[in-house]
Design a protein around this ligand. Structure first.
Ligand SMILES: Nc1ncnc2c1ncn2[C@@H]1O[C@H](COP(=O)(O)OP(=O)(O)OP(=O)(O)O)[C@@H](O)[C@H]1O
Length: 250
């Protein structure tokens, strides 16, 4: 398999408690891979380890053939592994178009080099409008980010992330808090974004997961319980048991 991300024996202890315990995870290039599991399974900790927000206690992370276990977060982002921004990272009192334009001017993972002279504004406008069209926000370009309803704020967040042209896009619960219509639109967006890149997502909505994912990894109590295509893994008795015995929701 051509793995863009290959994790071996990943472990993170917090004062002796193993939140992530010996996790092996391989994500194949140009696929959508979902990380699921009941509450407290270790999904967020795994994401934080992969994106270098946290240092592992042990284990190795290989990205695009390179050992990044000791590489810093900004450097990893510059290499093309980008986590979706949180809504708070968009500029509330700038327009939707300005937000995307700023993201286009920002080299991956470095928020301080705005306003590079080689990026003529008109060229950036065209690129920014293209991204806004991709996420269905072209009609909102001149609105202030703060005025957008929740689902559109999430779409803007995705547009600013795609502006960095990630090779590996990490999405942290991309449909959380959304109504049915926004969920369908976001799922469609993720599918389109994945046409030219790899997506690894943590997602609680199992119908979105089954719809989008090529493969899934199920975590429970910090360990990998099962891995494979959704249809197969969802029938695994250990997975059914882990979900029934928790307050996780479909
Ligand atoms: N900084 C920390 N210090 C101590 N314990 C932590 C820390 N971060 C996470 N944990 C513990 O590690 C376990 C895994 O947490 P994590 O947030 O990774 O799970 P999760 O699968 O993302 O859960 P959820 O679906 O509820 O977001 C939990 O028991 C949590 O309390």
């Amino acid at each position: 398999m051509d793995a863009i991300l290959d994790i071996k024996g990943l472990t993170k202890s917090f004062k002796g408690f193993k939140a992530v315990n010996g996790v092996d995870l391989a994500v194949e290039r140009n696929t959508i891979h979902a990380l699921i599991g009941p509450n407290g399974a270790g999904k967020t900790t795994c994401f934080n380890l992969i994106t270098k927000f946290l240092d592992p206690t042990s284990g190795t992370i290989t990205y695009d053939g390179e050992d990044i276990t000791s590489t810093g977060a900004a450097e990893v982002a510059r290499k093309g592994m980008v986590r979706s921004f949180q809504i708070s990272a968009t500029f509330a009192h700038m327009t939707v178009l300005e937000n995307v334009r700023i993201a286009l001017q920002r080299p991956r993972g470095d928020s301080f080099s705005f306003w590079r002279p080689e990026n003529a504004l008109s060229v950036l406008d065209d690129q920014a409008m293209g991204l806004l069209r991709d996420v269905g926000l072209e009609g909102d370009a001149r609105r202030l980010a703060v005025e957008l309803p929740y689902g559109r704020k999430r779409a803007l967040e995705l547009a600013t992330t795609l502006a960095l042209d990630p090779k590996l896009l990490l999405l942290d619960e991309p449909t959380s808090g959304m109504g049915r219509e926004d969920i369908a639109r976001t799922a469609d967006l993720i599918r389109r974004a994945a046409q030219s890149r790899t997506v690894l997502m943590v997602e609680h909505n199992l119908s979105v997961v089954s719809d989008l994912s090529d493969r899934i990894t199920v975590l429970a109590r910090g360990e990998v319980l099962a891995e494979g295509p959704y249809a197969e893994v969802s029938k695994n008795p250990a997975v059914v048991e882990a979900y029934m015995g928790s307050d996780a929701h479909a």
